[in-house]
Ligand binder design. Structure first.
Ligand SMILES: C[S@@+](CC[C@H](N)C(=O)[O-])C[C@H]1O[C@@H](n2cnc3c(N)ncnc32)[C@H](O)[C@@H]1O
Length: 287
């Protein structure tokens, strides 16, 4: 389906039951197991920048209504029950019906023109409301335009001004909302917070980690995303419902979290990985 998105993940590559698994894995590695539909980014400086914040907000609100009325959302609410006990531990002192949890969204894309990004933005608003999170909401994508930053502020959210390359060191329960990001970014979030007290306070919504394990050559995943690989067996995940719209918005997306009971059993060697591996900074991570 033709649309305005720069980086659309349309599905994961088909599994092969061929004997020569390594060779197939190598081939799949180019896209780490995901197929993205890309388009030539339109120059946004002239026409697109004239789109008003009001128009964008209306489009996001339309998407929010569509989501609210969807079967997908009803099913998702059911899935979210699983992470509620994690969050409910951090009840806000000032407003006891809310929970003191931040949201950090990386890589949502250009929501002034992308319907996918608009739906993802709308879901972020709904997640905050449904989970009753009253912490801050931060957004960063290197491709954000000024008008998008204004929309973020209009919703009462904050724009992260500098590229953190996913290296945000958390000091409270944080939900990382990173739909369809690159595995390097997931790896940096994990590696930066590679401590028992931090990983157990981290929830990450993004590409299903296990798909990387299935599709990438093991040595490549280990060298390029060592923290993601190491956390896999200790990860609890809840997959997003299968279908929504044209299935290019929340496909292959899962909620990942890392129960303390799993992390407690880990060796010193596991925690020392933090000193062993450098976290890479990629100039342009586009898929
Ligand atoms: C594959 S696209 C996904 C876009 C959108 N979420 C979607 O599903 O279509 C990956 C996004 O990550 C963004 N990105 C790249 N480097 C980033 C960084 N260091 N921090 C946050 N976002 C980044 C890209 O600009 C891009 O918008």
């Amino acid at each position: 389906m033709e649309n305005d998105d720069g980086f659309i993940m349309v599905g994961k590559k088909k599994k092969h039951n061929n004997k020569n698994k390594i060779a197939i894995k190598k081939e799949k590695d180019k896209n780490s197991g995901f197929i993205y539909k890309s388009y030539k980014t339109k120059k946004t400086s002239t026409v697109a920048n004239k789109i008003s914040t009001e128009t964008i907000q209306n489009q996001i609100e339309e998407k929010r209504t569509k989501l609210l009325e969807s079967k997908f959302y009803v099913q998702l609410l059911f899935e979210l029950q699983i992470i509620k006990p994690l969050i409910q531990y951090y009840r806000s002192k000032e407003k006891p019906e809310y929970f003191n949890v931040d949201i950090v969204s990386y890589g949502i894309g250009n929501f002034m023109k992308s319907r996918i990004s608009q739906f993802q933005f709308a879901l972020c608003i709904l997640l905050k409301a449904n989970l009753k999170l009253n912490g801050k909401v931060y957004f960063y994508d290197p491709i954000f335009t000024e008008v998008e930053k204004e929309v973020i502020n209009n919703y009462g959210f904050e724009v992260i001004e500098d590229n953190e390359h996913g290296k945000r060191n958390i000091n409270k329960m944080t939900l990382f909302y990173m739909p369809h990001c690159n595995y390097n970014l997931y790896n940096n979030v994990l590696g930066t917070n590679w401590e028992l007290g931090k990983l157990s306070k981290l929830i990450l919504i993004g590409n299903d980690f296990s798909i990387y394990d299935e599709n990438m050559v093991s040595s490549k995943l280990e060298s390029e995303a060592p923290f993601l690989k190491a956390i896999l067996p200790l990860t609890k995940k809840v997959a997003f419902p299968e279908l929504f719209e044209s299935n290019d918005i929340f496909n292959n997306t899962s909620i990942h979290f890392f129960p303390k009971s799993n992390l407690l059993e880990q060796s010193e060697q596991f925690w020392n990985m933090k000193d062993k591996y450098k976290l890479e900074e990629f100039k342009e991570i586009s898929n």
